[in-house]
Design a protein around this ligand. Structure first.
Ligand code: HEC
Length: 260
């Protein structure tokens, strides 16, 4: 009996240790940068959010949808905070299908603030057929959906490398140091100078990756700033309550004669 228990324990422990060994090989330390939205008082950098939106529309949106977002979100507080006029102008650049009209026909019209972000594909099948069988995931809450969050997506965007010699990749498959299994069917999306920023910021690969990930982090958690503000107020409140409790305790106990 003792032997059986011993061998079960041994098996159990070796599975744990071996498992850890395997995982340690698979995971590479993620890259990071000075995210403005991390920490207790973190806020989104407005300019970075606006540039990130530009990178999303000009680069990522040809394959990835962001179906939870509407154009009016771009003008909301805590987000990129484009003015309402700017957001309307942005929306008007896109065409949406509407109808049927009085004649029973579908028609296209420019998008309005109330419309959801236009999707690149009609459905999952078209998306997969256009991307070598891989599905480009919706990016509305991707930062929350992947472990490692913002750092992971930032690393993935900067993690394209030449494959090691012994690895042969099929056509349409690329080597990335950070994706699970190192094979990804998304071609490297960012190259230096790919977009032209209006505010004069240099569009390096790192800068674009940082901006677009900031934008995605906001999309996944649009109320982050409000949440941080409430947290801050709650802490101030608790500090004041503690001081009051301390003072009233002192006062109550002052009526009792000390023992000496
Ligand atoms: C040419 C189409 C295309 C473009 C452009 C593109 N992607 Fe992708 N992306 C894909 C496909 C396809 C996949 C799925 C890859 C797979 O499963 O192998 C993917 C997957 C991803 C993933 C998920 C990786 C994971 O862990 O599953 C992230 C994050 C991502 N893309 C971010 C971006 C960002 C950010 C941009 C813009 C800078 C972008 N992509 C531009 C096609 C594209």
């Amino acid at each position: 009996m003792k032997n059986i228990i011993k061998s079960i324990c041994f098996l159990f422990l070796s599975v744990i240790f071996l498992g850890q060994g395997v995982f340690a090989e698979e995971t590479k330390k993620l890259l990071s940068t000075d995210w403005s939205f991390k920490g207790y008082f973190g806020k989104f950098d407005r300019a970075s959010l606006q540039r990130g939106y530009q990178v999303y529309t000009e680069v990522c949106s040809s394959c990835h949808s962001m179906s939870y977002l509407s154009y009016r979100n771009l003008a909301e507080k805590g987000g990129p905070e484009f003015s309402e006029e700017q957001a309307k102008a942005i929306a008007a650049n896109f065409e949406v299908k509407d109808g049927p009209n009085d004649d029973g026909e579908m028609f296209t019209r420019p998008a309005k603030l109330s419309d959801k972000f236009v999707k690149p594909y009609q459905n999952d099948k078209e998306a997969m057929a256009s991307n070598g069988g891989a599905y480009p995931p919706d990016m509305s809450v991707l930062v929350k959906a992947r472990s490692g969050g913002a750092d992971y997506i930032y690393s993935l965007l900067l993690g394209y490398e030449d494959p090691p010699n012994e690895i042969n990749l099929d056509d349409g498959v690329y080597y990335n140091a950070y994706i699970y299994g190192n094979n990804i069917k998304m071609p490297k999306p960012l190259l230096d100078g790919q977009v032209e920023y209006n505010d004069g910021t240099e569009a390096t690969e790192q800068q674009m990756a940082k901006d677009v990930v900031t934008f995605l982090a906001w999309a996944a958690e649009p109320h982050l700033e409000a949440r941080h503000k409430i947290g801050f107020k709650a802490i101030i409140y608790l500090i004041i309550i503690s001081i009051l409790a301390y003072l009233s305790m002192k006062r109550l106990w002052s009526r009792i004669e000390p023992d000496v």
